[in-house]
Every structure is written in structure tokens, then in C-alpha cells.
Design a protein around this ligand. Structure first.
Ligand SMILES: Nc1ncnc2c1ncn2[C@@H]1O[C@H](COP(=O)(O)OP(=O)(O)OP(=O)(O)O)[C@@H](O)[C@H]1O
Ligand SMILES: [Mg+2]
Length: 247
């Protein structure tokens, strides 16, 4: 089996002055090529911390992270990866078009390719009418759309999204679902965190549940829904696991 992401015994500890927090404890997880994986867990479980470690923005305290078989510290990997952060802190005095141009520049994309790609992404996330409006005027959901477009600028093979549907209206959410499905159809691998379990249920192949830094469960969506009969939803499954884990 070819794995795009391999986490082995990942530990991440936050440490400063009087503060010490083991945010991730011995997390081991493999994500296969072409898989859409939903990374679930209550607030503070460690999802964002894991995602930041995958990109080496936050170095692992111990353990190993491999992406396409290479250690995550290998800078060349970033050309094949896309990242949508939990909070989009982009420079406010840029328009979406300028922001995407700047990111295209990071990847060394040529101007003619870039202009076409930007137009198609702006239309994909439904922000073409605001392409030349400063980001300081954007709503939260509009910013999320720009952030999703940013994560796709380099046509990544491995896409990591931290709560991509947070703040989006129902139409935009269903659009994100279609985008994810479209990327999967092209063979891309997608790893995303979410609290929107009904969305996750519709789009993911497999989920993992993180609680207090520990990966307590991984399962295929089809098996979750089949195991528990027709009345089972991912939400009920999630709540069962989290409440048992708390007990
Ligand atoms: N920059 C930081 N400095 C210190 N501790 C942090 C920092 N970021 C997160 N933590 C701690 O690490 C733990 C995991 O936080 P993290 O942001 O990874 O959770 P999460 O699963 O993404 O939660 P949410 O669903 O609310 O986004 C929490 O206990 C949090 O307090
Ligand atoms: Mg988070």
C-alpha cells in the first residue's frame, strides 16, 4: 500500500514558562493515496496541532512524519501539498486575485498559467465577482472561500484542510463537498478536520477520532453506517465514542 501520509508515534508538547501541554500523544496513522480522510475530535483535541506538525510549522516533539515517503521537514514536499489554515490571516490590503498571484509566485508558476488558474479557482469557489475587492471587506465565509482557493493554487496532490466548511452557508458547503469529490476523482488525497459530521459522512472514505491528543478510533464511513443499522449517523457514533472515552 502506498501511503501519502505516515504519522508514527507523533508527540507534540507545547511548553513555555509555566505552561506545559502534551497536545498530541503517540499518534500513529497512515493515509493512503486517493483517500478522503476526516479528522474529528472535540475542541482542543489536537487536530490543528497535528495539521501544523504535518507541515512542520510546529515541529514534532518526538515521533516521525512522512509525506510521500519523505520526512516532513523536506521543503520540496510543499510543492505537492496544499494547506487551508483554520484561521485565514491574510494581508487585508490585497484582493483575492493579488493574494492568489502572490501564492502562485511562491510556487514559481508562470504568468500565463497563473492567470488562467486564478480565474478558474475564483469561479470554483464562487468569488469571481469579488476578485478585485480588498480582503478587508470580506465576510468570514468569503474569506474561507479565498482560503480554499489559495490551498489549491499549486494543484496539490495532498490537500490538508483545517475546518474547510466552518462559517460557510449551506450552498457553499455543498460546493466544498463537490470540490472534494472532484479532487478525489482526480486521484488527490485529502485530509481534513471538521465538526460538521453530516458533511464528513457524505464525503469521507474514512474518519479518525482524536480525543485529548489520543487517536481513539479510525473507521471506514461505510462500515460505521452499516455496523449500526439505518438509524446510525456519524454524529451518534462520534458522541458514543467521546462520552465513553470521557468516562
Ligand atoms: N499555540 C499554542 N500554545 C499553547 N498551547 C496550545 C497552542 N495551540 C493549541 N494549544 C493547546 O493544544 C491543545 C490542542 O489544541 P488544537 O488547537 O490542536 O485543538 P483542535 O482539535 O484543533 O481544537 P478546535 O476544534 O477547537 O479547533 C489544546 O489543549 C490547546 O490549549
Ligand atoms: Mg483546530
Amino acid at each position: 500500500m502506498k501511503y501519502v501520509l505516515e504519522l508514527s508515534d507523533l508527540c507534540v508538547i507545547y511548553k513555555s514558562n509555566n505552561y506545559l501541554k502534551k497536545a498530541i500523544d503517540q499518534l500513529s496513522l497512515n493515509i493512503a493515496q486517493g483517500e478522503v480522510f476526516g479528522f474529528l475530535g472535540p475542541n482542543g483535541a489536537g487536530k490543528t496541532t497535528t495539521i501544523k506538525s504535518i507541515f512542520n510549522f510546529l515541529p514534532a516533539t518526538s515521533g516521525q512524519i512522512k509525506i510521500f515517503g519523505k520526512p516532513s521537514c523536506n521543503q520540496s514536499l510543499h510543492a505537492r501539498m496544499g494547506y487551508m489554515p483554520e484561521i485565514a490571516n491574510y494581508y487585508w490590503y490585497l484582493t483575492p486575485r493579488e493574494l492568489l498571484r502572490m501564492y502562485a509566485g511562491f510556487f514559481g508558476m508562470k504568468k500565463d498559467v497563473t492567470d488562467k488558474k486564478i480565474d478558474s479557482l475564483l469561479s470554483l469557489v464562487d468569488i469571481q465577482a469579488e476578485a478585485n475587492v480588498l480582503l478587508k471587506n470580506f465576510s468570514k465565509g468569503m474569506m474561507q472561500k479565498v482560503s480554499l482557493a489559495q490551498s489549491l493554487i499549486n494543484d496539490p496532490d495532498f490537500l490538508v484542510l483545517d475546518e474547510p466548511t466552518s462559517g460557510l452557508d449551506p450552498l457553499a458547503r455543498s460546493k466544498v463537498r463537490d470540490i472534494i469529490k472532484g479532487l478525489k476523482a482526480k486521484g488527490k488525497t485529502i485530509f481534513f478536520s471538521s465538526h460538521e459530521l453530516s458533511e464528513v459522512e457524505l464525503v469521507c472514505d474514512r474518519i479518525g477520532i482524536l480525543n485529548k491528543g489520543n487517536l481513539v478510533k479510525t473507521d471506514k464511513i461505510a462500515e460505521i453506517l452499516q455496523q449500526k443499522g439505518n438509524n446510525m449517523s456519524l454524529e451518534r457514533y462520534f458522541l458514543d465514542i467521546i462520552t465513553k472515552d470521557k468516562a
